[in-house]
Design a protein around this ligand. Structure first.
Ligand code: DAH
Length: 341
């Protein structure tokens, strides 16, 4: 009996298990209930009593050895059959997110594209500006209440000493002036950029936002040209069923002045919270360039005239994507940003 145990042990150790059928062979011979080890256990009762303990221990040792070898091989084959994950599969797509354009960047690009197709170039100007370009040249009289329409950030000269003629621009209209100083009519340009106002930050207002300014100066420009241009823009931007209306308004740098509304995209004109039940939302200020502005930059206002407009990129983006809180644009929350592409 002892000899049998020793020779079976040698067989168990040598038995090659390289595939599932060899595993099954091993199981039948050494692990199964009808296998050779089970047969030896049956013979244990015939072993003389004084040897039984020793033989029993040896037999149990062999049983444990065979079971351990079987389980180890079994776990290897089970792994292969169940297609476990391959840690470095180079054929898989890169799981790292690629990022996407900011919604304001997307909308700015779309606005510029629409005006480019109508023949408008793109111009740029400084965000730190002098009073002259931001106000005076645009026909804002000194101490006129119109300056208070725009809560201005002034730049500090020294410690605590405000320099009241250098400021963060409150609108992109400053670029109109710089452009007209450097270029003779005809001028047809759009001017995107960042603007600043001293406003408390809320869902509807921010101290930092973006505008696109437009300027068209030539001979015999009409109010109809202005309306056609902005109508076309609104339909391209928001869809051809969008309704548009002009309301009379006031800006120091245009005369006459108007504001353009479109039908509220959220309620389709029925009235909702976003449009304050009006059914319409304002998307741009506009008007015919005031002759004083042309004269301020040395353009003969008896020969040339023009139109101008200004629109907020945030406002247009909010309408287009139905975003209700302005603060989302500057919070860098990836859950918000990744929705745009
Ligand atoms: N600058 C105005 C604002 O910030 C927007 C504006 C209105 C621009 C009328 C214009 C214009 O060029 O003609 O509210």
């Amino acid at each position: 009996m002892k000899e049998q145990i020793t020779s079976i042990q040698a067989e168990v150790e040598r038995f090659p298990i390289g595939n599932e059928s060899e595993l099954e062979q091993f199981r039948i011979q050494f692990v199964g209930r009808k296998g050779r080890l089970a047969a030896l256990f049956d013979l244990l009762k015939d072993v003389p009593a004084e040897q039984r303990r020793e033989v029993g221990q040896a037999l149990n040792g062999l049983k444990n050895l065979a079971e351990a070898k079987f389980e180890e091989a079994q776990s290897q084959f089970a792994g292969a059959g169940a297609k476990v994950e391959i840690p470095h599969d180079l054929t898989l797509l890169d799981p790292i997110s690629q990022g996407s354009l900011h919604p304001l960047t997307l909308v700015r690009a779309r606005i510029l594209e629409i005006f480019n197709r109508m023949g408008f170039s793109v111009s740029d100007g400084p965000e730190i500006e002098t009073d002259f370009y931001n106000f005076t040249a645009l026909n804002f009289p000194a101490n006129h209440p119109a300056r208070e329409m725009q809560d201005t950030f002034f730049i500090e000269k020294g410690a605590g000493e405000i320099q009241d003629d250098v400021l963060l621009r409150t609108h992109t209209s400053n670029v109109q002036i710089r452009l007209m100083q450097h270029q003779k009519p005809p001028i047809r340009s759009v001017m995107p950029g960042r603007v600043y106002r001293n406003e408390a930050i809320s869902a509807r207002a921010h101290c930092l936002f973006h505008q696109v300014e437009g300027l068209y100066v030539d001979k015999q420009v009409s109010f109809k040209d202005l309306k056609d241009t902005l109508y076309h823009f609104a339909k391209e931007m928001f869809g051809k069923d969008t309704k548009v209306r002009f309301r009379p308004s006031y800006f120091p740098f245009t005369e006459p002045s108007a504001e353009m509304d479109i039908t509220c995209l959220l309620c389709k004109g029925d009235g909702c919270n976003v449009c304050k039940q009006a059914g319409w939302v304002e998307i741009a200020g506009a008007g015919m360039v005031d002759p004083n502005v042309l004269e301020n930059v040395g353009i003969d206002s008896t020969k040339y005239n023009g139109f101008a407009f200004g629109m907020g990129i945030e406002r247009i983006t909010m309408l287009k994507y139905q975003i209700k809180d302005l603060r989302l644009f500057t919070e860098n929350d990836v859950r918000f940003l990744k929705q745009f592409s």
